[in-house]
Design a protein around this ligand. Structure first.
Ligand code: KIV
Length: 256
């Protein structure tokens, strides 16, 4: 059965939701066959596929190009496009036009926006315009230059309260679910308990309504170290290398 925003919403407090990033047709098809609920065309595209040091250089055109590849897999999973750096705070007309392109040209079914209460007004207008929104709070990778690196959020009382206010503001604005990235486990549990929409964690503990991870991290394709919270389920980089070397040896030794 096709997963919709409504199916995901009604999963709150039920079986945990499984979400993964995907940036291409093949990964989308395989993850979908594995029964993933949500496929995020994340702007982690920049670091995992395009070789950038962070997500800041990812453009809307890149996101739409990769979303279209994922959508061509016709997954049962809900397809969500990440709005890249700079889009959340664009003037309303531009934001609406950009998000509309994700659905019309990319074929996604929702957009994800990084930010809390400060963008709740835009989230509300997008939802009212027929564009479902997945919220994203806690660590916001697009703000890497502001933080000067990555760290855990929601450890202090004031950050905990601020994150809860963000979550409630986004819920009130109509977001269908929330991603909590690198949030203290107790704060995640509190937000999960206080909200009516599914909370999907990444590096935020187990007490939430689902988990999302970057597919290249769990497949062992990410060059260099991966976040501590991401379990590596395979070492595909080594397997790719073996296959490529075997092919090169065959060709060089005169085999067809
Ligand atoms: O871009 C991305 O992959 C994300 C996930 C880490 C949630 O935003």
């Amino acid at each position: 059965m096709k997963k919709t925003v409504q199916t995901l919403r009604s999963a709150k407090g039920q079986t945990p939701l499984v979400a993964l990033t995907a940036y291409d047709f093949i990964t989308a098809r395989l993850a979908d066959q594995a029964g993933v609920d949500l496929l995020l065309v994340g702007d982690s595209l920049g670091t995992t596929v395009l070789g950038y040091p962070n997500t800041v250089k990812v453009t809307l055109d890149m996101m739409i190009h990769h979303t279209a590849a994922v959508a061509r897999a016709q997954p049962k999973a809900l397809v969500v496009t990440d709005l890249p750096f700079g889009w959340a705070t664009r003037p309303w007309g531009e934001l609406l036009a950009g998000a509309t392109r994700c659905l019309q040209e990319g074929g996604s079914e929702a957009v994800k926006i990084e930010g809390g209460k400060e963008i709740a007004g835009s989230v509300e207008k997008l939802v009212q315009s027929g564009i479902p929104v997945l919220g994203h709070i806690g660590l916001l990778p697009q703000q890497v230059h502001r933080y000067g690196g990555y760290r855990k959020f929601g450890k202090t009382g004031s950050e905990k309260e601020s994150l809860l206010r963000d979550a409630l503001a986004l819920e009130e604005a109509g977001a269908f679910a929330l991603v909590l990235e690198m949030v203290d486990a107790k704060t995640t549990a509190l937000i999960t308990q206080e909200t009516k929409i599914p909370v999907i964690g990444i590096g935020s503990g187990k007490d939430c309504d689902g988990q999302i991870l970057v597919s290249s991290d769990i497949l062992g394709l990410t060059p260099g170290p991966i976040p501590k919270f991401a379990k590596r389920y395979d070492d595909l980089a080594a397997r790719y290398q073996q296959a490529f070397s075997a092919y090169a040896n065959d060709v060089r030794s005169g085999k067809e």
